[in-house]
Design a protein around this ligand. Structure first.
Ligand code: 13P
Length: 259
């Protein structure tokens, strides 16, 4: 049975003091090692170090929200894989919809980031997801197929042990409009089917696929109970311990009931 991962993507939020306080609160309530639930936080770059310190020796994983795909050098404003590892990151989120649709990142750039991160020792959370007009045009699966195959170009089955997928329908991000359980399950089962075709069933079964898009304490449970949802990537509700920790608790409950 796959573990569940509850991940907070803080986006461009928090100041140093609130970041440290939130990290300390999450660390203090992180589920015990005996549970099948992992927790991750992804603060903005300037707060990676103090947040890492606040997480201390806890089991909470530290992730970055983006990375550049070249070794250190003349890339003004960018951050290299080595630098993220140096400040204690184990993971990096790549291809978030705000990178794709606000900044304009292409599948090929996203792929270079995935490959460089895996090569440099960072595990990857690769985000995929369709726009509202793509869903309405019946193109959801085609969009996911394109983002998945381009994003994972050159990634081996062995390396997939270090890749987590996140299905984030763009129309559900920050809108309060959450995907229905049917929509989430169907998209995520589709992604897993594609992993089977691309790699093998063992790899597909082992890969964690998170759902993201307006996950809150009051809708988390029914999403986390879905067979192909292996956790949540959370924006708004990850910014306060009072809304993030209850989602972690739901995940612990769901795994307990699975036994
Ligand atoms: P919200 O939870 O605020 O909708 O954001 C989701 C998201 O983009 C997480 O990466």
């Amino acid at each position: 049975m796959r573990r569940l991962l509850i991940a907070g993507n803080w986006k461009m939020n928090a100041v140093r003091r609130s970041a440290v306080e939130l990290a300390a609160a999450v660390a203090a309530q992180a589920p015990a090692e005996s549970t099948a639930v992992d927790v991750m936080v992804a603060p903005p770059f300037p707060y990676l170090l103090p947040v890492g310190e606040a997480l201390g020796g806890s089991r909470v994983l530290l992730a970055a929200q983006d990375v550049w795909h070249e070794p250190p050098g003349a890339f003004t404003g960018e951050v290299a894989v080595e630098m993220l590892r140096d400040v204690g990151c184990r993971e990096v989120i790549i291809g978030h919809s705000e990178r794709r649709h606000v900044v304009g990142e292409t599948d090929s750039r996203i792929n270079r980031k995935v490959v460089a991160s895996l090569h440099g020792g960072l595990d990857v959370v690769l985000c995929v997801g369709e726009l509202l007009e793509e869903r309405e045009a019946g193109r959801t699966e085609a969009v996911l197929d394109q983002q998945l195959s381009a994003g994972l170009d050159g990634v081996s089955a062995d390396q997939m042990a270090r890749v987590i997928l996140a299905y984030e329908p763009v129309w559900a991000i920050g809108t309060g409009k959450v995907a229905t359980p049917d929509q989430a399950q169907s998209a995520q089962a589709h992604l897993r089917k594609r992993l089977t075709e691309r790699y093998n069933s063992g790899t597909a079964e082992a890969t964690q696929i998170l759902y993201g898009g307006s996950v809150k304490p009051d809708n988390a449970r029914e999403l986390l109970e879905l067979p192909d949802v292996d956790g949540a990537l959370i924006g708004g509700a990850s910014l306060k311990a009072e809304s993030f920790l209850p989602i972690v608790e739901h995940a612990v409950e769901v795994t307990r009931r699975r036994g």
